[in-house]
Design a binder for this molecule. Sequence first.
Ligand code: ADP
Ligand code: MG
Length: 234
Amino acid sequence: MSLIAAEGIDKEYQAGEVAVKALKGISFEIAPASFVSFIGPSGSGKTTLLNLIGCLDKPTKGQLKVADTDVLHLDRKQSASFRGSNIGFIFQDFNLIPVLTVYENIEYPLLMVQSAPSSERKKRVTALLDAVGMIDQKDKYPDQISGGQKQRVAIARALVTNPKLVLADEPTANLDHKTAYMVIELMKTMRNEFKTTFIFSTHDQKIVGEAEIIYMLEDGEMKGKEVKGGNNNG
Ligand code: ADP
Ligand code: MG
């Protein structure tokens, strides 16, 4: 069984008069609880591909199933609701809300996309604060914590709705190497704990080695796949 099944995906952007072929004939399958990286130089199509998997955009051609749902045929409202219950997002520049505390940032998706009773919210947020090692910082505001700590909060926020899949587009691009490595390790720990599939993109060779499955993108094409530790699942 696969969590994501992509077949023959093309994505074309119209930039004025010219069409840009951002993805060409991309096919792959990703199993539940995988720890995957998309690697490739700038412009190779990583963000485009993550946006398609995250139901933020649609392919020009091909088939795409996420969590047994044919996401190509969802309208805008259905896509939003699908994202809210199945997908968490982590961003390069953290995207924490500056006027909310660490605790409130993590709680936010539960208030916005899922309605959980307050006792349940508190339980989930506290468990995640603990899991990412930020319980002592819960009342601080984003500008009072470091970049690495912000990304820990963002990881907790991505997981608070209990999604099947977390997508992280260059989550370590604004972090030094040691912190970047710790953030990837924390994502892996969260995968082990919650069995959530993580997909992160990077062009950093030093951290990509932490992934268990690596897909190499070049010029919009899938150039290769590397599987580590015999975990060959699609
Ligand atoms: P990466 O994330 O690997 O840097 P992207 O997915 O952002 O790559 O971009 C892939 C290609 O698609 C690039 O040639 C880029 O210029 C182009 N592209 C991305 N977004 C758009 C857009 N909205 N309009 C036109 N071209 C785009
Ligand atoms: Mg990108």
